[in-house]
Every structure is written in structure tokens, then in C-alpha cells.
Design a protein around this ligand. Sequence first.
Ligand code: TXA
Ligand code: MG
Length: 490
Amino acid sequence: MRSPSEVVFFDDTIPALQMLQRIFKLFIVTNQQGIAEGKLTPEEVDGVHEFILGRLAQFGIQIEQVYCCPHRRADGCECIKPNLFFLQEAERAHGIDLRGSFVFGDHPHDVEFARKAGATGIYLLTGHGVKHCAELQADVPIAANLWEAASAAVKGCDIRKRPEELGDEITQAAAILRQGGVVAFPTETVYGLGANAFDAGAVARVFEIKQRPRFDPLIVHVADQAHAESVVSSFPEKAKALAQRFWPGPLTLVLPKSDYVPGIVTAGLSSVAVRMPDHPKALALIREAGIPLAAPSANPFGRISPTRADHVRKHLGEQVDMVIDGGPCQWGIESTVISLAGEEPALLRLGALPMDEVTRVMGREMRLNTNAAHPSAPGQLPQHYAPRTPLVLRKDAHWRPNEERVGLLCFRSPHASEGFAAVEVLSPTGDLREAAANLFAMLHRLDAMNLDSIVTEYVPDKGLGLAINDRIRRAIMSGVGAETERNYPG
Ligand code: TXA
Ligand code: MG
């Protein structure tokens, strides 16, 4: 190629390289025999390379180095592919682990080059097509395009150094995720049901297991800021300020989505929800898997969220490939969801974040859109978090429905608990944090007792109490109008 005007990028080049560079360092290794043959000048070749690097840089893609052999094969130079010269150079100068590396190329030399270095070569059909396929060994992976090759590398890579504290459990779970499996994992809010966010098939399984309607998008969980930026197309300043203050933590940001997050993750929306969970096992898992995890809460759709590994095992059990036990969740209530994808910032879900801190960072107060007919987030249906047992609001401190076996879920120690078959107290001392952490676990416990109904009450409507009351309200709504409830999935 003589001039930049001849360079053509495939549609998938940019997203594939963006995905790859989250995990890999990127290099170009090229043989340009035309230089030795006098058909091209070194300046022309440099000009093309500069153009390509500049274009990729516009998309945040950094190529560590372009290695170019200008000789003829007959010259017997050391640097022509498939000789290892440049790979060894990269190993030495950039600390590359060749055994964990990949070479993508459209010529059998590239695959041979990889094999000799102990790396994995993937043959691409985008260049010479099937022309050279017959020259390949039978076990050489062949990809239709760069995206397919990049996905395979990201799913199959096993190159990141394992932190010392990482147990076998995390390694095993990460391998399951890379192979398209589904793993339930702990976060500081509730347990999540995770799959590789780049693997539409794996994400489809999450929807099936949860019996979640496809119009309800998932949160993409990441382990660092760079990871987060790889799934969005822009990261506005306000979002950065929130992320800086609250990540890792119970903040979910809805931002414009990058093209290569599959539509199934975002239910076809042009925005994507991203969050960096604050749990050592969740972070270790995402890092070890090397991919962002699309994960909803690990409960059947519409039901109570899980705050213990046992809740997941009981309700989703066999369908999940693995459940990582991280003990009881610290917050017990989901993340706060804030959208910065629209014209105005919007609070889509109340959650574990302190809203006065959010107000301080945002420089303005944000209120939840409580219009039930038009939920602000697709998943914010008025009915949610439902126990199977009808949940009703306590009319006054002495009220009890006229039924045999009634449970009571109250905020502080109850004034009148006589006659109830079971009593759960969210926080005897009136601590809202303790109440949030106990809410779902206590609902799960009461729901397992075959009661006729459960009576509950609101907690003080301030701080975390706002999010707790939101959950209680939705759980009660689920029991209002038997028809609505019966038709409700999950
Ligand atoms: O704390 C949490 O956020 C937990 C843990 C596992 O991270 N996850 C969780 O996920 O609660 P899920 O799927 O149960 O709730 C995600 C909420 C839903 O209300 C969904 O509709 C909303 O986030 N959401 C996701 N993507 C969105 C988008 N692009 N635009 C608007 N809302 C979105
Ligand atoms: Mg949920």
C-alpha cells in the first residue's frame, strides 16, 4: 500500500481493537518486501502506518509499536515473519508474555509465527479469504473477521497474573464465564447473576434463568475505570465525578453505549448501565475473567433480591453454573441508578447511595420519577421484590388481619406482636443501614414459612429509608390486584 487513501477499515476493526486493548497490548508486525524490491519507499510505508495509528488513536486505541521488515525473503534477514525476531523484541522491550499472546493474521506465516513463539495464532478470512486455508494445520482456529477472533481471544485468554489472594473458586468461575457460562457472585448490594457482557448467547441464558423479559436491560459490572470506558461511547464530566466519588460502590451510571455491547444487554437501548461493585470477590472475578459481566440481581424476575448465597441456591439453584459465596451482602439493597445519557441527569432508582452526597457531587438535588405508568428505567415496574406470600401494610400498631398465620415485619421492636405466627425486626435500634441489610433476608425467611400473609410498615422516609420504602412499596404493590400478580412473570 502506497498511500493512506488506500487504507480501508472494516466495520469491526475499531470495536474489536477496543475490546482487545482492555486486556492485551497491541502490536502490528508486517513484512513489506516491496521496499527491498524498490516498489515502495520506506517513507510511503511509514506514511501509511502513521495514518493508521492516528486513526486508531482517535478511538482511544494505542498500538505499542509497529514492527516492519523491509527485506526480501531471499535476503535471509532475521526479522521477516515467521522468524521470531520482532516477537522476541516485544517480549524484551514491552514485557510481553508470548505464551499468553495471540497473533491474528490472514497468512499462514502469521499462524506459524505464533506457534513458534508458544502463542496462539488465529487465521482471519478477511484478507486472502480461504485461499491459504489448505496450508493450515487442522487445529488452527479460523475466524471470519477480527471481531470473532478478538472475542475468542478475550474469552479464552488466561494470561493475567493471578493476584495471590485469588482462590481456586475465582479461577474456576472466571473460566466458566469465559466459556459462556453463568455465575452468581456476591456484591456489596445484592448477589448478581453474571455472564460475559460481550457474549450475547451467554447473556440470553441469564434472561432465561431469571425469566426476565427482554425489554429489561442489565447492568454491566466492571473492575476499573478503563474497563468502564470500554463499554460506553462517552463518559461525561459529571459521570466521572460521580464515579470518582462512589466507585467501587453502589452507584450505577447509565451512559451512551459503545457499539459493541450486544443489544441484548441493553434491551436495544442506546444507553448502557455500568457499575463497579465494591466486593473483593466480585472485583477479583471480573479481573480474572478479563471481561465485563452483565448481571442483574440473582433472583427470579419480580421476586425478592438475594442477599445471601443461599437465597440464590434456593431460587435459581441448578440452573446456575456456579454460585460464589461471599457471605451476607453489606448493603442488602440495590445500587442507586443515575442516568447521564439523556439531556438532563435523571435518578432512575433509589438505592444504597446517600442521596445528600449525590446532591453535593451533582450540584443539584435529584428526585425519583414516581410516575408508575411511565417508569423511568425499563425495569422499574411498580410491582417488584415480591414475596409469594401477600404483603400488606399495617394499618396501625395493633392491627392484624383476620387470618390464622400472619407474619410481622416491622422496623423497630414492635409494640404489639401478640397473635403473630412470626416476627422479624429490621433494626431493634432503628438503624436504617441495618434495616436495609436485613430487609430482603427477612422477607425471604417469612416467605418460606407458608404464612397466610405478612404485615409490614414503612421505615422513616429519609436517607436509606427512601430506598427501603421504595422496595416495600413495590413488594406490596405486587400483591395488589390478584390478576396483576398472577400474570406477573417469575
Ligand atoms: O446493586 C445492583 O445494582 C445489583 C447488583 C447485582 O449489581 N444489580 C441489579 O440489577 O439490581 P437489576 O438488573 O436487578 O436492576 C438493574 C436496573 C433495572 O431497573 C434496569 O431496568 C436498569 O437498572 N437499567 C439497566 N440498564 C439501563 C439502561 N440502559 N437505561 C435505564 N435503566 C437501565
Ligand atoms: Mg433486580
